[in-house]
Ligand binder design. Structure first.
Ligand code: MSP
Length: 680
């Protein structure tokens, strides 16, 4: 049996869990379920990072012994994660003894190989990142106070005796490894970033602190505690038995290491792709196969973070949405690897379009008709008229294509496209049902064969969709599976092994709604009130620590004012002016970078015309061209052509512009739309 080892970063216990943490864990859980379903023996690890100066300080402020304080926060992480039914095999805690033993072994191995030595360190330290910054990297705050570039909080100037890790010795080895293993860092853009960072030279790394007490003591020199990143990164090996007897120790470690997939946010990419492999090389251990860096969920255009106080509150989220739909949304909405803006509106729209009106409705209408017209037994494929038979064959082919496309995309970690492949096949089934009108066929006994073929085809499609989407929607797909009269667990069925027609003659179960439609207006009103209340409560709890909350609190009012009152001096246009702009739906057929132009992508886009158009757009820093192929976008179709870098651009792609940097978010559609359709 093939093994598969997938990890999430371990979460800092310096505050409460939020959507950002859940995101990485959802991805890991979905990959774990996908691999398990396809027969792998999976070890999925998550956990908590519990040492460091910040945690020591927070405990002091809470008036609690540090361990008691971290236990409390670990519980809050576990509670927040619980509704998601994550299938991690273990929850590692860096305060656990087996972990400490493993870290000591890693340290000793690196030291014995000559890669750890003693020296003196001086630098600007952020207790939130647990990282030193050069003066040039810091941001200047009021009164020229140096601030952390990530957390925008004051840096501490530290000077102390320290152990150093000889990172400089690994520059060439790392570059050679990146070059020989193009999949070691993914996606490609991040790999390039890391490559150029490492090519720029590496300084030795300070890996111990005398000023921090809450940490793992350095072997044979307990005045020093280990740098938290040395401690934290080691979790990936200690938790599976390196240097301890966890899960049977070394044999277990050798079975699962190296990890197949280490998921990390792009904010911690360098730690995982420079420091971590260097630590492993220093100890003579193999490197993980892939470190995949995902993008950030933004809220209001900025990274969602506890320090900035703009996080999506999990309590509010759980109150209105099942964990299933949240899983679906984050996997479908965010192009994996890129940033995405989280809004409740988008979540509601996505759930209603794809799940309530989409998959849920397909299940409800198919099963209800089988109950009403076929005595609750899924009909076999009857010999119907030629036209309908041809259409049913097309549906069957569309589903077969989705089965292949889902795995192909998923194996590349293109979750959004994998799910989209299923939606596309579902659109085909929906159209087949709407065109064939089984409710009319049922009225005419002469059309019995046609009715049976339609319902057979719909039920078989649904059966395949349930198996495909099992890693994404574990409970909903199991419910569909049972309603189709199938026995056993859908998550044990390999979609590619399903036989078309294998569900025929099964007696269906009770027909229950799977995804009720959500009332957008009502839910949005409730959420606004709950968020305001919970922000006020959090602000109260964290007041001295989090000045950023004050800015966030003023936000909803500012936004409301902007929406309700017309801005002074707005010059209205008439509808005739608007109609001069010809907006059309286009489908991206090809996409590539323009040589020597960092910002430009060159597309060919199908607007339903005889020839696709060539259109250029300045979005190359935010989108990977290959991930845009097949995407439906909005085009200004009657914009005068103009030349950009020698290429004629025959239109303009519309995008929202977010935040100060004007980050583009491509406009698109939740439902299927034909190429060339006009927007008005
Ligand atoms: N403790 C370190 C990781 C050590 S791993 C050896 C850490 N912890 S964290 O709690 O701050 O973040 C953990 C993960 O959550 C990271 O992958 C980070 O990218 C992810 N996220 C935190 N905020 C996020 C968003 N707003 N959006 C997406 N993921 C985000 O870093």
């Amino acid at each position: 049996m093939n093994k598969f080892y997938v990890t999430t970063p371990i979460y800092y216990v310096n505050s409460y869990p939020h959507l950002g943490h859940v995101y990485t864990t959802i991805i890991a859980d979905t990959v774990a379920r996908y691999k398990r379903q396809r027969g792998h023996e999976v070890f999925f690890l998550t956990g908590t990072d519990e040492h460091g100066i910040n945690i020591e300080r927070a405990a002091e402020k809470a008036g609690l012994p540090v361990k008691q304080h971290v236990d409390r926060i670990v519980d809050s992480f576990k509670t927040a994660f619980e509704p998601f039914q994550f299938t991690n095999r273990h929850w590692v805690r860096t305060t656990d003894d087996y972990h400490k033993a493993g870290v000591r072994k890693l340290w000793q191995a690196a030291k014995a190989n000559g890669f750890i030595y003693k020296g003196k360190y001086e630098g600007w330290y952020c207790g939130n990142c647990n990282e030193f910054y050069q003066e040039g990297e810091a941001v200047k705050g009021e009164g020229d106070v140096l601030l952390c570039p990530t957390h925008e909080r004051p840096l501490d100037l530290l000077s102390e005796e320290s152990y150093f890790f000889k990172l400089s010795a690994f520059q060439d080895k790392l570059i050679a490894h990146y070059e020989a293993n193009p999949h070691f860092i993914r996606p490609e853009t991040r790999r390039n970033e890391v490559l150029s960072f490492v090519r720029g030279g590496l300084n030795d790394l300070s890996v111990s602190r005398v000023s921090v007490k809450w940490g793992i003591p350095v072997p044979d020199d307990p005045e020093h505690t280990m740098y938290v990143w040395f401690d934290a990164l080691s979790n990936y090996i200690t938790a599976i038995g390196y240097g301890n007897e966890q899960f049977g120790g070394e044999a277990h470690f050798n079975k699962f290491w190296p990890a197949d997939l280490q998921l990390v946010g792009k904010d911690i990419l360098r730690f995982h792709t420079v420091y971590w492999p260097a630590f492993l090389m220093a100890a003579g251990l193999p490197l993980p196969k892939t470190v995949y860096s995902h993008g950030m969920w933004l809220s209001g255009g900025r990274k969602m973070s506890k320090t900035l106080g703009n996080v999506i509150d999990l309590e509010v989220l759980h109150k209105h949405f099942t964990p299933e739909v949240v899983r679906y949304f984050v996997l479908r909405e965010m192009v994996f690897g890129q940033d995405g803006d989280f809004t409740y509106e988008a979540l509601l729209d996505r759930v209603n379009a794809d799940l309530a009106s989409g998959l849920g409705n397909l299940a409800a209408r198919t099963l209800t008709m089988i109950r009403n017209f076929c005595e609750g037994v899924i009909p076999s494929a009857s010999e119907a008229n030629a036209e309908l038979t041809a259409q049913a064959n097309e549906v069957r082919e569309a589903v077969a294509l989705a089965v292949v496309a889902f795995d192909r995309e998923f194996d590349e970690y293109n979750f959004s496209r994998a799910i989209e492949a299923v939606s596309n096949a579902r659109f085909r089934v929906d159209k087949f049902i709407s065109d064939a009108k089984p409710w009319d066929l049922a009225k005419d006994p002469a059309k019995r064969a046609e009715l049976e073929l339609v319902l057979h085809t719909a039920a078989e499609s649904l059966r395949h969709f349930a198996a495909l989407l099992a890693p994404v929607l574990p409970n909903a797909t199991q419910a569909i599976w049972q309603q189709l009269g199938e026995s056993g667990q859908v998550n044990e069925v390999i979609p590619a092994n399903l036989n078309w027609g294998g569900g025929a003659q099964h007696k269906i179960g009770d027909v229950q709604p799977i995804f009720p439609r959500l009332d957008k207006k009502k839910i949005m009103e409730e959420i606004k009130q709950e968020e305001a209340a919970s922000q006020a409560a959090r602000a109260q709890e964290t007041k001295p620590e989090a000045p950023a909350t004050a800015t966030t609190e003023t936000k909803p009012a500012e936004v409301a004012a902007a929406v309700n009152e017309p801005a002074p001096g707005v010059a209205y246009i008439g509808i005739e002016d608007f109609l001069k702009v010809e907006l059309r739906v286009g489908e991206i057929k090809t996409a590539e970078r323009v040589p020597k132009a960092d910002k430009l992508l060159r597309f060919t886009i199908d607007l339903g015309e005889a020839e696709p158009r060539q259109i250029l757009a300045g979005i190359a820093q935010y989108y990977e061209p290959e991930k845009l192929i097949g995407r439906k976008v909005i085009i200004v179709a009657n914009l005068a052509p103009r030349k950009l870098r020698g290429f004629e651009s025959q239109g303009m792609v519309l995008a929202a512009s977010i935040g100060e940097e004007g980050r583009p978010i491509l406009a698109g559609f939740l439902e299927d739309v034909p190429n060339g359709a006009r927007l008005k």
